[in-house]
Design a protein around this ligand. Structure first.
Ligand code: IMP
Ligand code: MG
Length: 172
């Protein structure tokens, strides 16, 4: 069962607000957006189209979830970025923060590449099961708990094509 959480218009508003926060913080400097695959590809594509700064986009793939509904706790980089990030303004774009383990791993991994600034932008912040203290610089929408799908976010690779975001209930 899919219970609506955010509709297309609400998402659009959130994305525009995040884009203007980013523009405000970076002036007219170049920004390298790092899209965390696969879940944030839709969000990243909307976000960058609302940003007027000179932009580059790169992709990082991290495996942490498998097909289950809770984190395995094991994190590995399965595809590294292709740009040299040294001295760059970097924003990591994530679909959803849950335990926070993935992003804190990614943050440490990317900091080793010596960017000028490293910021985190997440569309969704699921607060109930946070395990590490992680600071997100740009947060689209916070909610307590529940497994969400749509707008690029999957359950077992399904539902990424939905234009809105839904809470998935009773799926086995
Ligand atoms: P964390 O390491 O527990 O913060 O998990 C983050 C990753 O787990 C995200 O990048 C998502 O891919 C995935 N994830 C967390 N919550 C959900 C959800 O509700 N639906 C789909 N994927 C999720
Ligand atoms: Mg993800």
């Amino acid at each position: 069962m899919l219970i609506p959480l955010l509709g297309k218009e609400e998402i659009e508003k959130i994305v525009k607000r995040l884009a203007s926060e980013i523009e405000r913080d970076f002036g007219d400097e170049e920004i390298v957006f790092i899209c965390l695959l696969k879940g944030s590809f839709v969000f990243t594509s909307d976000l960058i189209r609302n940003i007027r700064n000179p932009c580059k986009v790169d992709f990082l793939r991290v495996s942490s979830y498998g097909d289950r509904m809770s984190s395995s706790g094991e994190i590995a980089i399965s595809k590294d970025v292709e740009f040299d990030l040294k001295g760059k303004n970097v924003i990591v774009v994530e679909d959803i923060v849950d335990s926070g383990l993935t992003l804190s791993y990614v943050k440490d991994f990317l900091l080793k590449k010596e960017p000028k600034r490293l910021k985190i932008c997440t569309l969704l912040d699921k607060r109930a099961r946070r395990k590490v203290d992680l600071k997100c610089d740009y947060v689209g929408f916070s909610f307590e708990d529940g497994f969400v799908v749509g707008y690029g976010i999957d359950y077992a690779e399904k539902y990424r094509n939905l234009p809105g975001i839904y809470i998935l209930k009773d799926e086995e």
